[in-house]
Design a protein around this ligand. Structure first.
Ligand code: PAF
Length: 270
């Protein structure tokens, strides 16, 4: 596995592959876990070359969010990526990605301002901008995103379509802990009590899924289950159509940590 810390190193690593290489990109912010493993292994099965980026993107965090306490462990991440069959890791510094005179941003209207975008102003502008930069640098044929961040994946897909990037966005089912909690780098920030309370989130979504299947109100079913867990503060519980599928999406606050999750009510993620 090659590790590139600068854009020059990345270009040198990619050059021998040629312009038409079958590269799959797994964009991450590090603190790798089983969810990233599922993305990397899918990419490994579908692409000749697997690239994985590790960049804790400050542009997608607002002041006062959890950038400072976001978990980071590059050494461990490199070991994991190598074990998953990744060929190339791109792990640039903030200065490399955003030089002092950086001035160009990508805004995806509509989708960028709802749900997570409404709760976290500027978040998706940071996500879209860094993803476009990563796509321009790595030139992948496919990029892999997790279903847990379904709105992010739909937004990146919209950007790819609108800007004619000519790459495929692949959505991979959410990886979960044994008790159903979606794997997330932020789970490491939960106290024991918050971690226990967090189990109510997947349970609420499952209740919503059952209600929908029975012709009842999915949002209402999920909300009432969440209301029974006072240690979680729900932000939104919403049924939305994204990328052609109908999702039940929810965001909650567990202490200082924001958790999001969703289930597909109509359609499938395979
Ligand atoms: O989902 C993430 O980890 C990030 O939002 C991404 C896609 C790597 C962009 O920084």
């Amino acid at each position: 596995m090659t590790t590139a810390r600068t854009i020059d190193e990345l270009r040198r690593a990619l050059a021998p592959l040629g312009a038409d290489a079958d590269v799959g990109l797994v964009p991450t912010m590090g603190a790798l876990h089983g969810g990233h493993e599922a993305l990397a292994r899918r990419a490994r099965a579908e692409c000749a070359v697997v690239a994985l980026s590790i960049f804790l993107n400050p542009a997608q965090f607002s002041p006062g969010e959890d950038l400072e306490r976001y978990p980071r462990d590059l050494e461990q991440d490199l070991l994991l990526a190598a074990g998953w069959g990744v060929d190339l890791v791109f792990a640039p510094t903030v200065e490399e990605m955003y030089p002092a005179d950086f001035a160009t941003w990508v805004d995806v209207e509509g989708l960028g301002g709802t749900l997570e975008g409404a709760a976290r102003p500027g978040h998706f502008r940071g996500v879209a901008t860094v993803c476009l930069k990563l796509f321009n640098l790595v030139r992948p044929r496919r990029a892999y995103f997790g279903q847990k961040d379904a709105q992010q994946a739909a937004l990146v897909e919209r950007m790819a379509r609108d800007l004619n990037l000519g790459l495929e966005i692949r959505l991979v089912p959410t990886a979960r802990d044994e008790d159903g909690l979606a794997l997330s780098s932020r789970n490491a920030l939960l106290s024991t009590e918050e971690r226990e309370a967090a189990r109510a989130l997947p349970r609420a979504l499952a209740a919503g899924e059952r209600a929908h299947a029975a012709g009842e109100d999915a949002e209402e079913a999920a909300r009432s289950l969440l209301a029974a867990e006072p240690r979680l503060r729900p932000d939104y519980v919403r049924v939305e159509r994204l990328d052609g599928r109908v999702y039940l999406l929810a965001a909650v606050q567990a202490g200082d940590t924001r958790l999001i999750d969703n289930v597909v009510l109509e359609g499938a993620v395979e």
